[in-house]
Design a protein around this ligand. Structure first.
Ligand code: ADP
Ligand code: MG
Length: 327
């Protein structure tokens, strides 16, 4: 499969959450340590992302909305190994093509920022403006010029549900960044950005019972697993509170699920799922990430080793297996 295909698969702006994802990832790429996301009506009528990152220089603002304005990637292999989140140079162009987009941005070296107004790829206004360092992008009227695609959008609550999930995951993936998420005028959560994962988990998921989480910390030849998991007494009827990160990205993986199940073995009732936040780091060469617009499947070269790593980590954390120090 060539690079162009992979890129094409990922470039689609399917739903509001795709836009939120691209904008937040751009903010992270820009080095922001504070990111505010605000949505209304599931993101269908309004999405705002404000960051305190490096900003876009005034004379580069319009260029940023051109297709392939960036080329951070050369080969298919880089797709897996790439450090920065954005690499397609397509997101802003794709978003601006199907929305009303407003950009306000300023670098710290400039006195005056830039303000752009784009309706369906057409720049209606470009002017100087006073504004703080960083970038704000406001997206309104998603798919206003493609009614056929508008029809495929789900209810406000279904769309906002996906955005809430994404925001929750990204806030955990980056506990060093202060996230604030506002939905229909209410602050859904805000994190401190002070780098403490448990703190971020508690801020995002709020429930006091999450204090029943225990830390996971295991390392072997294959890689490492860290994070927090619940004691068996705290379980759910769905896997919605099971989040797996592999090398910093959220993935879905039956293999990791199997490791978790194995780790809890016989300590859970049928149909109950523990609350699990696991961060796995392993050699990028030993896995294959399949990138879809909305989900990331990961395939490990050695699945049984991953099951072993995860299940052992879980058992150790639950205290059902003493940590053995091998000499
Ligand atoms: P990519 O992220 O793949 O480079 P995008 O279309 O998402 O492509 O963004 C185009 C360019 O606009 C980026 O390469 C970056 O230079 C600039 N940019 C976008 N968002 C921000 C931001 N929040 N802060 C600073 N620069 C940004
Ligand atoms: Mg990008």
């Amino acid at each position: 499969k060539n690079v162009a295909d992979k890129i094409a698969a990922g470039e689609v702006i399917e739903r509001p959450v795709s836009i939120v994802k691209e904008l937040v990832e751009n903010s992270i790429d820009a080095g922001a340590d504070s990111i505010v996301v605000e949505i209304k009506n599931g993101g269908k009528s309004y999405i705002r992302v404000t960051d305190n990152g490096c900003g876009i220089p005034r004379n580069e603002a319009e260029v940023a909305f051109l297709r392939h304005a960036t080329s951070k990637i050369e080969t298919a292999k880089d797709l897996n190994a790439i450090e920065t989140l954005g690499f397609r140079g397509e997101a802003l162009a794709s978003i601006a093509a199907v929305t009303h987009t407003e950009l306000i941005s300023k670098t710290k070296d400039e006195k005056i920022g830039v303000k752009l107004l784009i309706h369906g790829s057409e720049v209606l206004d470009s002017s100087g403006t006073g504004c703080p360092d960083g970038t704000t992008i406001i997206i309104t009227d998603l798919f206003y010029n493609t009614p056929a695609r508008q029809k495929f959008l789900k209810s406000d609550s279904a769309e906002s549900g996906q955005i809430i999930d994404f925001m929750s995951q990204i806030a955990l993936a980056y506990p060093n960044i202060r996230f604030r998420f506002i939905n229909n005028g209410n602050v859904t959560f805000s994190t401190t950005g002070k780098g403490d994962l448990l703190n971020a988990i508690l801020s995002v998921y709020k429930l006091s019972e999450y204090k029943d989480l225990v830390p996971v910390n295991r390392c072997d030849d294959l890689g490492s697993v860290t994070g927090y998991i619940s004691k068996p007494s705290l379980s759910r009827t769905t896997r919605r509170n099971q989040i797996f990160f592999v090398n910093g990205r959220v993935v879905s993986s039956k293999v990791i699920e199997r490791g978790v199940t194995e780790g809890y073995k016989e300590r859970l009732f049928e149909g109950r799922y523990p609350v699990v936040f696991l961060f796995i780091h392993t050699d990028p060469e030993k896995l294959d990430v399949n990138i879809h617009p909305n989900k990331r499947e990961v395939r490990f070269d050695d699945e049984s080793q991953i099951v072993e790593l995860v299940s052992t980590a879980v058992k150790e954390a639950l205290g059902t297996k003493a940590a053995v120090i091998e000499v």
